[in-house]
Design a protein around this ligand. Structure first.
Ligand code: GDP
Length: 324
């Protein structure tokens, strides 16, 4: 597949945009093993939606490589109810960083797309070629449109200006520093928190959104960060590439697994007034496997580590619901 030589990160100045988020912080952990200078810019110093500020920051700091892990993110309900934020913020972040990176002569840029931009009716497991081959899942179309725009920007700058900008598509990720807010977070942090709190408060019923039937695959964020570094160094193509996960599981099965880990023994009700989203979302792993990468952390192990992290935050009397 890849004809360019490896792009070594050794000795480079690497900007992790979005370093405080779940993926960004996992990237920082992974990059600690690389002999490189890591750049970060916190939200109060740099608003990525501000074009002039982004140009100035990149011009001043001159990164060689950029991971664009910054985004306005949230689960199914946040996407559905805050369309303007999901569309505007994500388009602006991507357009500003990608354009400024091109102007500043950044050597390599990786943009993180999202599996939710694949068509709702795509054949499963979803191949990269399915992008834009059908209508989006309506509950996340605003986010999906923004992420597709960003992928297209990477491709356009590669075609028109020869930039080594790549776009990858992670599957559903989870792990430390996820968003544990009950209304805006994804399913794993929401269930961990609900079950943990119900257990502590002696409640014997929690609600699970939808029917419990949808199928998902998940990837622990440290595995994902490892894949991102791997692809940054070895992948250089216009085509997007899936960062696929491990086992496929139903939402009801996932809930049972989380109940066992958290020690929650109460009832689980299905709240069918809440949407299911895509009936099945699993990524085709052939391309990344062919390059030689595969995940090593099982869903069970990842869930255990995430619960451990969550408990360490909860015991600090720390607001673990960051919101998005
Ligand atoms: P999605 O893959 O974009 O749909 O991401 P989510 O993690 O938000 O949702 C995955 C599935 O879990 C959907 O079928 C949801 O309806 C279901 N689900 C069950 N309970 C919850 C919950 O408390 N929060 C979220 N976000 N999803 C839940």
């Amino acid at each position: 597949m890849d004809v360019r030589p490896w792009y070594s990160l050794e000795g480079k100045r690497i900007w992790v945009a979005g370093h405080a988020g779940m993926v960004g912080s996992a990237l920082i952990r992974r990059l600690a093993t690389v002999r490189a200078e890591i750049l970060t810019a916190s939200r109060d110093i740099l608003d990525l939606r501000d074009q002039a500020a982004v140009h100035r920051w990149i011009g001043d700091h001159r990164p060689h490589a950029i991971f664009v892990a910054a985004a306005r993110v949230g689960g199914i309900e946040a996407n559905r109810t805050r369309p303007a934020e999901f569309l505007y913020d994500n388009v602006m972040i991507a357009a500003n960083v990608i354009h400024a990176a091109a102007e500043a002569g950044v050597e390599k840029l990786m943009f993180l797309g999202s599996s939710c931009f694949y068509p709702r009716e795509a054949d499963q497991p979803v191949r990269e070629a399915s992008m834009l081959m059908g209508a989006f899942e309506p509950t996340n179309e605003w986010y999906a449109v923004a992420k597709v725009v960003a992928v297209k920007l990477c491709q356009a700058y590669r075609r028109q200006h020869g930039k080594d900008f790549i776009a990858v598509v992670p599957t559903n990720l989870f792990g430390p520093a996820d968003n544990f807010d009950l209304s805006s977070g994804h399913v794993i942090p929401a269930l961990i928190r609900r079950m943990h709190e119900s257990k502590l408060n002696g409640l014997d019923g929690i609600a699970l959104w939808g029917t419990g039937k949808p199928l998902r695959e998940f990837l622990y964020v440290d595995d994902a960060a490892d894949a991102l570094v791997f692809l940054m160094e070895r992948y250089s193509e216009e085509a997007i590439i899936n960062v696929a996960g491990t086992e496929e599981v139903s939402i009801a099965g996932l809930a049972a697994q989380i109940a066992a880990i958290t020690g929650y023994r109460g009832q689980i009700h299905f709240d069918t007034s809440k949407p299911d989203g895509m009936p099945r979302k699993v990524l085709d792993a052939s391309r990344i496997r062919a390059l030689g990468w595969r995940p090593v952390i099982t869903l069970q192990e990842g869930l255990e580590r995430t619960y451990e992290w969550f408990r360490s935050q909860a015991s600090l009397d720390h607001p673990y619901s960051r919101g998005t």
